[in-house]
Ligand binder design. Structure first.
Ligand SMILES: Nc1ncnc2c1ncn2[C@@H]1O[C@H](COP(=O)(O)OP(=O)(O)OP(=O)(O)O)[C@@H](O)[C@H]1O
Length: 584
């Protein structure tokens, strides 16, 4: 996969590239800030040397004190400017990454997006993208500045007295060993922690979404146990991770700062032998303390660095998925007839459609019927380009759909799905989605024609009633009718109705049938229906069984020739009779 070829650093560089100047300025300010924070060590050293030498000039100490204060203040000013610049650049990067991800989702096969749990995508676009912030905003300027300054101090100390410089570095190898031991299992532990937390997220979402079923079937205890187990496992993974790192981390954190372990005895020895002047000794003590602060700060970012590769991996995985390859320029369609030629399709391993060839004439009504799971919706989704056709081809108006821009397909097809999503917006705005910019009168006309005006007017706020998340404030049938109104307003030449009457009672079915008749006048209609009585007048009925077309023709023809259709029709009629008897 592409994201494996491209490293985390390359992705980060790509994201940050448009804001390079902001980051460079931020790093420069951070370097000045860290250097200013070290400078007081030098002046304190000079004051101590002066004290040892018996210097009693108050003005000297006052001046140095003042210099130290100014340097200290300047350090915070530069640090603040650096942080400000890096955050500005980082929030711009975060917003661009989010836009790239959401734009990518529109170019991916819609089926992929629909198949991915919405919680997982939201988690990547919102939380995971946010977690880039510490790395880019803090690590880029602060880590680079701290490393640079530590190295500069070491070089300076080497120039002042190489022996004392080496003495100050004596603990570093041991500290590094502890640190490397801690990092050796870091990635595996972090991945385990992320996996357990993903599972916890999924279980929590399942628990909340399924709360109705859980209560209805009295499954609270079992479901709750599943959730608590997931929560416990997530907590355990964090505790195990911390526990296995604790010793190495504590050892590294104790060994690294212990620079005086080398500097004091070696310095004392040299000083007592007359090989080291007192002021150099004091300077070495102070500077060695100055090396370690920035190094420890650098180490504290290792946590974020470890996490970032997992986060970037998830983002990169989406960005690297192959787009649906469609041209930009609109194709010339000779009409709105649809032709499928030897189409086969599988969801991952499961073969769903086999060698399907079908002609759907423009301005005709074609019904797809067949047992549940036979592949009717999949066929409709392929025509609507929700998935790409891997084997065979589909054309509209004589043009292969792969040569038609997605925007043109979307403009020409109204797809009314089984479970239509409504935004948490007013009913008016949900209908208006069919034709952005439609007047209130147009919206209301579409609502009247699809038989929803009456129930909308009975709602407390009429057309201004919010639909609730996903349309949750409305019944299945109401959602269905609003989706039909939306499609009506869109007025696309091809209409696909996937179980448009699925949620309706017999009375409403008549309303919807009338609405559908208006919606599809002069259009190419593909309808998927379980209630065969709703499609007996179709120009063509296509019988699908196990992903293949077994028969096609008019109702009477199929009744005479197709055993599966006869069976389905008898089952439908007897169900209807039973319902009538039950209602009588
Ligand atoms: N998004 C998906 N991912 C994986 N498998 C899927 C997906 N959608 C459908 N399937 C599987 O493909 C097969 C055909 O499903 P499809 O929805 O096309 O059948 P259908 O004839 O429309 O069924 P129904 O009448 O019950 O709606 C089924 O076995 C189903 O489980």
């Amino acid at each position: 996969m592409q994201n494996e070829a491209k490293s985390t650093i390359s992705w980060l560089m790509e994201f940050a590239a448009p804001h390079k100047s902001g980051y460079i300025a931020s790093v420069l300010c951070a370097v000045i800030g860290v250097a200013l924070s070290l400078a007081p060590y030098y002046f304190v050293g000079q004051m101590i040397v002066q004290l040892i030498r018996g210097g009693k000039e108050l003005s000297f100490y006052l001046l140095y004190g003042l210099v130290i204060t100014v340097l200290w203040l300047l350090r915070y000013i530069f640090h603040g400017i650096s942080t400000n610049l890096s955050h500005k650049a980082t929030f711009a990067v975060i917003s661009e990454v989010r836009l790239r991800l959401t734009a990518k989702l529109t170019r991916l096969p819609m089926g992929y997006v629909l198949n991915t749990p919405s919680g997982a995508l939201k988690n990547i676009i919102v939380e995971k993208v946010d977690s880039i912030e510490p790395t880019l905003a803090h690590i880029v300027p602060e880590m680079s500045a701290n490393i640079l300054v530590s190295v500069s101090v070491i070089i300076y100390l080497l120039a002042v007295d190489p022996r004392m410089a080496l003495a100050s570095l004596i603990t570093i190898p041991l500290g590094l060993v502890c640190y490397m031991a801690m990092m050796s299992t870091y990635e595996a532990q972090f991945k385990n922690y992320v996996a357990k937390n993903k599972h916890l997220n999924a279980t929590a979402v399942e628990y909340i979404s399924g709360i109705e079923v859980i209560k209805a079937f009295n499954q609270s205890a079992a479901s709750y146990e599943k959730f608590t187990t997931a929560a416990r496992e997530a907590a355990d993974s964090a505790i195990d991770w911390m526990r296995s790192n604790l010793w190495y981390f504590s050892a590294a954190m104790s060994v690294f700062p212990a620079v005086l372990v080398g500097v004091l005895p070696i310095g004392c020895l040299l000083y007592m032998n007359g090989n080291l002047p007192a002021d150099t000794f004091i300077l070495a003590i102070i500077l060695s303390l100055g090396i370690i602060g920035p190094l420890i700060t650098t180490m504290s970012y290792s946590d974020d660095l470890g996490k970032i590769s997992t986060v970037i991996g998830d983002i990169a995985e989406i960005l690297s998925l192959p787009d649906m390859e469609r041209p930009e320029t609109a194709a010339h369609l000779a009409g709105f007839d649809i032709a499928l030629h030897k189409v086969s399709f599988a969801y991952e391993q499961q073969q769903v459609l086999r060698d399907v060839s079908l002609r759907i004439e423009a301005n005709s009504v074609t019904a797809l019927v067949g047992p549940s799971g036979s592949g009717k919706s999949t066929l409709a989704k392929l025509i609507a380009s929700l998935w790409d056709v891997p084997v065979g081809s589909i054309s509209i108006g004589g043009v292969d759909v792969k040569q038609i821009p997605l925007s043109q397909i979307n403009a020409n097809i109204s797809y009314v799905a089984q479970d239509n999503f409504l935004f948490d917006e007013t009913i008016r705005n949900n209908i208006r989605l069919g034709k952005p910019g439609a007047s209130d009168q147009e919206v209301e006309r579409a609502a009247r024609e699809s038989g929803c005006h009456e129930f909308i007017m009975q709602l407390p706020r009429g057309y201004e009633t919010p639909c609730g998340g996903g349309g949750g404030h409305l019944s299945g049938g109401e959602r269905q009718r609003i989706a039909i109104a939306r499609a009506m307003l869109k007025n696309a030449p091809i209409v696909i109705l996937d179980e448009a009457t699925a949620y309706t009672d017999p009375e409403n079915e008549a309303v919807i049938q009338a609405a559908v008749a208006k919606l599809v006048a002069g259009k190419t209609l593909i309808v998927i229906a379980h209630r065969l009585s709703t499609i007996t007048d179709s120009d063509k009925i296509v019988v699908i069984e196990n992903g293949a077309i077994t028969a096609e023709g008019k109702h009477e023809e199929l009744l005479a020739l197709c055993p599966l259709y006869q069976k389905m029709w008898s089952a439908h009629i007897s169900t209807k009779d039973r319902i009538k008897e039950a209602l009588a």
